[in-house]
Design a protein around this ligand. Structure first.
Ligand code: NAD
Length: 335
């Protein structure tokens, strides 16, 4: 197979390319990435110069590049997005352009050449689960996005589904919970907290830390995408989540403190994020139909992630400084 992976130099995209090449070494991949602040060129250096890997620096909004690349491949795996909720609160416009119009542009090219299209989306499109409830999102949960980020992803999901219903484009969609693992930008909660502790800074806890999320190890996510691409039913959506459904932020930071040998004096409580949602995902459908289940428990996955950030300090040092600058700017805007 020849794949076009969009956003392959970001967190999940680069883990996916590594996963795909280790499972399908004879396949080819074109990685189309704009190289925004979220991308890291060092993620994929191991594939540079290989005949079956091509990197193209470009924007999914660029019709010419997209047309040319889509025409060459068997399938598109679409990760490229603006992905940080806090940044979407600061400036939503880029989220609409990349996540909505960029997806539309890819769909138009996929339609022109009738190519298989897998769209990576988020459980955040479903909105929030009430505190104290045992509810979980599933494939028939109505959409109810809260942030400009999740609204832009919801919009792209609708477009993808409409291209299946209207034009018969062979699409699949996956809505997954919060990912964590190696190569995640240190602006995101888990790597930010680990790298804070590694540099003797406190972990920031939004509000009282009562909000809960469902945590999915990125390698488990990549296996799920592989299964959907190979065996998923065309036109279908699959929800993907972690083994433990719903971990409060306080439970998460306490586990992290324990695994890193620190205590609660390392916590700093900060003002809650507006429209802070709670998430938990039911992944029965992909388990039943494709035999997928997560391999990592939250504890084993978190330990592996802590070990990775502890050994790979040079990978995150520069981007961490940039991330902290962003948070300083965001905090000054709130005052
Ligand atoms: N990280 C999570 O927890 C999570 C959870 C659910 C869904 N998702 C979805 O998974 C996908 C990947 O997320 P991630 O965490 O790897 O994101 P990321 O921010 O780490 O990476 C996004 C990548 O897309 C690239 N990109 C951005 N705009 C582009 C454009 N206009 N043209 C080409 N490339 C562009 C960036 O340079 C970057 O390499 C996104 O669609 C996101 O919505 C992420």
């Amino acid at each position: 197979m020849k794949l076009l992976v969009t956003g392959g130099s970001g967190f999940i995209g680069s883990n996916f390319i590594k996963h795909w090449f280790s499972a399908h070494p004879d396949d080819s991949i074109i990685n189309l990435d704009k190289m925004t602040y979220a991308a890291n060129p060092r993620n994929l250096t191991e594939f540079e110069g290989k005949s079956n890997y091509q990197f193209v620096k470009g924007d999914i909004l660029d019709e010419k590049i997209v047309d040319e690349l889509v025409s060459q491949v068997d399938a598109i795996v679409h990760f490229a997005a603006e992905s940080h909720v806090d940044r979407s609160i600061d400036d939503p416009s880029l989220f609409v352009r990349t996540n909505v119009l960029g997806t539309y542009n890819l769909l138009m090219a996929a339609k022109k050449y009738n190519k298989r299209f897998h769209h990576i989306s988020t459980d955040e499109v479903f909105g929030s689960i009430e505190m104290g409830s045992d509810d979980q999102f599933n494939e028939s949960t109505p959409y109810d996005p809260s942030s400009p980020y999740s609204a832009s992803k919801a919009s792209s999901d609708h477009l993808v589904r409409s291209f299946y219903k209207t034009f018969g484009l062979p699409v699949t969609i996956s809505n997954c919970s919060n990912n964590y693992g190696p190569y995640q930008h240190p602006e995101k909660m888990i790597p930010r907290s680990i790298t804070n502790l590694l540099t003797d800074q406190k972990i920031k806890v939004y509000g009282q830390g009562l909000n809960f999320r469902d945590w999915l190890h990125v390698e488990d996510h990549c296996r799920a995408i592989e299964l959907i691409l190979l065996n998923g039913k065309i036109g279908q959506t699959y929800c993907i989540g972690g083994l433990k459904k719903g971990t409060s932020n306080m439970e998460l930071v306490k586990l992290m403190l324990k695994l890193m040998g620190k205590d609660e004096s390392c916590l700093e409580y900060v003002a809650d994020r507006p429209a802070h949602d709670n998430y938990a995902v039911n992944w029965d459908k992909i388990n039943r139909e494709l035999g997928w289940e997560p391999k990592y428990t939250f504890e084993t996955g978190l330990q592996q992630t802590i070990d990775w950030y502890t050994t790979n300090t040079s990978w995150w040092q520069e981007t961490k400084a940039e991330a902290e600058e962003f948070y300083k700017k965001l905090n000054s805007l709130k005052k």
